[in-house]
Design a binder for this molecule. Structure first.
Ligand SMILES: C[S@@+](CC[C@H](N)C(=O)[O-])C[C@H]1O[C@@H](n2cnc3c(N)ncnc32)[C@H](O)[C@@H]1O
Length: 389
């Protein structure tokens, strides 16, 4: 059993913990949401996340099934190091040979807080030296760049806090929101992991109707269909752990077989629309690739022309809020129209809406809860919920 850490978008920790518990894993503790840290920070070990324990097959299972996590880190070891000689000596004792092939490309992400070893470049060099001591050959050090997503180097995450060094290996490779289906995008697409988090936070029961009237490239509707049909989000992609020397292909094969052998769940009514024909075309193509096109009713229409079923469900949506889409436009009219349409056509429906403009929310005339603070592509937003009255 190893100590593991699921990195997630700050604000989604509770939902990531809930998912891990549903996978039967013991969650140790949830880090407090760090939404107040500076925007634009790369998701890494210092962001939001959940600590848990698990075996090698659990690492495969979590990568395959987790909907809200961004990556899964394996804690290789934690030790005290206040001098570079200690760092190299102690790092040399870690079982690198299970995870790295001598000479392979690797990238370091190092952070240091209140520690004597504050030069992050030198910390990386000494740890690379320790790996070379252990494996008999140095790694090929590269920059970790998500684009292009093919052949990423193995990411090694190092964190020094008060002279305590934690070394982790990334088991995911490209971030977990890259499910492989969203090749076509419209304006300001949501990360798939955020869309899944919104769905879990909304309390949608996976059976009642779900409507997204501002669907863009269809992320919310597609993630809803994957969730309702219990389709593993990672079934079509590559993971870093598949390149580890300790990779057990037979276990992976049986986990994949287990995930596809489940009896198909009935599909709820999922309706997605957008006024932009190009967005609908992209959304359909994405749903097709995700294998859920037959579960979603797509149509090109303005929010004023939505046609929800006569019985209640959930409206879960990400309307423009004037930063990345409709920048500079006064959107109060659109939000007032949304409120009016929902009261007329979706009375007693649950509403979950990603936005952070108090003025715009007021324009709907609906009463919202305090919301859940989240991050959408570096922007601070809130998931606001209401019962349409
Ligand atoms: C923030 S984007 C949604 C992104 C989407 N969640 C995704 O992951 O791709 C907002 C969408 O609202 C659509 N939109 C703006 N005004 C609209 C209106 N009056 N009726 C319907 N759709 C509208 C835009 O075309 C845009 O695709």
């Amino acid at each position: 059993m190893s100590n593991l850490f699921a990195v997630c978008i700050p604000g989604l920790e509770d939902f990531t913990a809930q998912e891990l518990e549903q996978l039967g894993l013991g969650v140790k503790r949830t880090l407090s949401p760090s939404v107040d840290s500076p925007p634009g920070r790369k998701p890494d070990d210092t962001g939001g996340g959940v600590e848990f324990r698990g075996s090698l097959p659990d690492i495969y299972r979590v990568n395959l099934h987790l909907r809200t996590g961004s990556r899964v880190l394996v804690r290789l070891g934690t030790f005290y190091a206040a001098a570079f000689s200690d760092l190299r000596r102690r790092a040399r004792r870690l079982p690198w040979e299970g995870y790295l092939i001598p000479g392979q490309p690797a990238a370091f992400r190092v952070t240091s807080h209140q520690s004597r070893l504050y030069h992050t470049g030198a910390v990386a060099e000494y740890i690379a030296g320790a790996v070379a001591d252990r494996l008999g050959k140095p790694l090929t050090i590269r920059k970790f760049d998500e684009d292009p997503v093919t052949s990423l180097p193995q990411l090694i995450v190092v964190r020094l806090v008060a002279n305590h060094c934690t070394i982790s290996l990334d088991s995911s490779g490209s971030l977990l929101h890259r499910r492989g289906y969203r090749l076509a995008t419209a304006k300001a697409p949501l990360r798939e992991t955020l869309a899944a988090g919104i769905l879990l936070a909304s309390g949608w029961d996976s059976a009642s109707p779900l409507l997204d009237p501002f669907c863009g490239s269809g992320t919310i509707a597609i993630e809803a269909a994957l969730l309702a049909k219990k389709i593993a989000p990672g079934r079509a992609r590559h993971f870093a752990f598949m390149d580890w020397p300790n990779f057990n292909a037979a276990i992976w094969k049986s986990l994949m077989a287990e995930s596809t052998a489940k009896t198909p769940s009935p599909s709820p009514k999922i309706i997605a629309s957008d006024r932009d024909a190009g967005a609908i075309q992209a959304a359909r193509a994405n749903a097709e690739r995700a294998g859920v096109a037959d579960c979603i009713e797509f149509s090109c229409r303005s929010v004023s022309a939505i046609k929800p079923p006569p019985y209640p469900g959930w409206v879960i949506t990400n309307p423009p809020y004037g930063v990345r889409v409709s920048a500079g436009k006064d959107l109060r009219h659109l939000y007032a129209q949304l409120g009016k349409i929902l009261r007329a056509k979706c009375l007693n429906w649950n509403l979950a809406l990603l936005c952070d403009r108090v003025q715009l929310l007021k324009s709907t005339g609906l009463k919202f809860d305090r919301g859940i603070p989240l991050r959408n592509g570096g922007l601070r937003v809130r998931l606001m919920q209401s019962l349409v009255k």
